[in-house]
Design a protein around this ligand. Structure first.
Ligand code: CS2
Ligand code: MG
Length: 399
């Protein structure tokens, strides 16, 4: 039996915080998994260090499913972002170890490749249309065929998805502004301008980031139909799964949901009633490869595709795990991709490549990504909060 002999967490902050799980075995192998939960990193570290990792020592490293079930069922309190990110970090490290022991790239253990490469989408953004158009062109030059577009309604200050050069995250939450009527007027005008400048073929995505009521989301989806979006993301908070029935009755604009969802139960109505078109959960936030594979196989029954979350706050280890799963499943849709900084790549070497709009998953044995622990030690943790959102009357709104 291959025994787990050590299991630790590594917290590092090369420009932003990351949490990595490191598991080593009696065979002398080391596996890594990403357990980063943006803005709540140390909660996951404690969940791992204080509760899960001590239970791993002496366990058979190859019993991935049994370990997943132990930590899903054995903690009594189930699901939630902290629990499922902690389980994910362990799950991916165990898959990494199994693939290394098998001397195969991880995707081969998931059924082998179903495609040659992964089509990606990038984030184009601008405070006004001129800046947005420049950003779209820059993404086209990098080969992106799918581009998410975000810009600010006139008159609003800081807003999600539009960068004004100041840090998005900080030691205490930055306050951003929101005005739903202004946004509902602005979004169709933005797409009208983008379509007239860039034509009908460019695949366009947009993220509303959980800010509308179901009927407001229905109105937006309907008003954007002339612009044929690839997807409209997080139009309304998805805890209210039934709310999507109202949206679906009014619009054919495809819907993407789930970067904050972490278990199949979070999708039960959304998928079984065909209320969405893309599943946004990431391997890092939905219980690892084991957890997300289950959700995506359920989604495949309803012709719902993957659109895995892939922002800068998922580490290259998390992105590598996503790449292996996305390469293997049949119902792949598109992969979010944001280039990481040089310091992140120094800390997290990866054998996977982004070329001309596609991610090319490597044939390196195992996960094909790891952490340079010496480099990681040079970037100590710095507490960092995501922003909060406020309406004009200073009441808090969904961010
Ligand atoms: C966004 C994310 O990529 C997306 O679709 O919703 O950037 C999200 O805001 C961050 O990942 C939150 O940590
Ligand atoms: Mg999003």
């Amino acid at each position: 039996m291959t025994k787990i002999v050590a299991a630790t967490t590594i917290v590092t902050s090369p420009g932003r915080n990351f949490v990595t799980v490191r598991i080593s075995t009696s065979d002398g192998l080391v596996g890594y998994g990403d357990a980063t939960l943006n803005g709540r990193e140390l909660a996951v570290v404690s969940y791992l260090d204080d509760y899960l990792l001590p239970q791993l020592i002496g366990r058979d490293a190859h019993r991935i499913e049994d370990t997943w079930q132990l930590f899903y069922r054995g903690g009594y309190w189930r699901r939630g972002p902290v629990t499922m990110a902690a389980i994910a970090g362990i799950d991916v490290a165990l898959w990494d170890l199994k693939a290394q022991a098998a001397q195969m790239p991880l995707y081969q253990l998931l059924g082998g490749a179903s495609r040659t490469a992964l089509a990606t989408y990038g984030h184009a953004t601008g405070r006004d249309f001129a800046e947005l158009a420049d950003s779209i062109r820059a993404h086209q030059e990098k080969g992106f065929r799918h581009i998410r577009v975000q810009s600010a309604p006139p008159g609003l200050g800081r807003i999600y998805g539009v960068h004004d050069g100041t840090p998005t995250q900080s030691g205490l939450p930055v306050v951003e502004q929101w005005d739903t009527p202004a946004y509902l007027r602005h979004a169709p005008r933005m797409f009208e301008a983008v379509r007239s400048e860039f034509g009908e073929e460019l695949s366009l995505l947009h993220d509303t980031h959980h800010r509308l009521t179901p009927i407001q989301a229905a109105q937006l989806g309907k008003n954007l139909e002339p612009y044929s979006l690839f997807w409209l993301e997080d139009v309304t908070p998805a805890e209210n799964q039934e709310g999507f029935r109202a949206i679906r009755q009014h619009t054919t604009t495809p819907l993407a949901v789930g970067e904050v969802l972490n278990s199949a139960f979070d999708y039960l109505t959304l998928i079984s009633e065909q209320l969405i078109d893309f599943v946004r959960s990431s391997v890092t936030h939905a219980g690892g490869i084991t957890g997300l594979r289950r959700i995506l196989d359920f989604a495949a029954l309803y012709q719902i595709r993957s659109g895995m979350h892939g922002p800068a706050d998922i580490s290259p280890i998390g992105m590598a795990a996503a790449g292996h799963l996305a390469l293997a499943i049949h119902n792949f849709g598109v992969q979010e991709y944001i280039a990481q900084s040089a310091s992140v790549h120094d800390v997290f070497p990866s054998t996977h490549e982004f070329r001309n709009g596609n991610i090319h998953v490597s044939d390196h044995v195992g996960l094909g990504a790891w952490i340079d622990e010496t480099a990681a030690a040079g970037f100590p943790y710095e507490r960092s909060f995501l922003p909060i959102n406020q309406l004009a009357d200073a009441s808090v709104h969904d961010w």
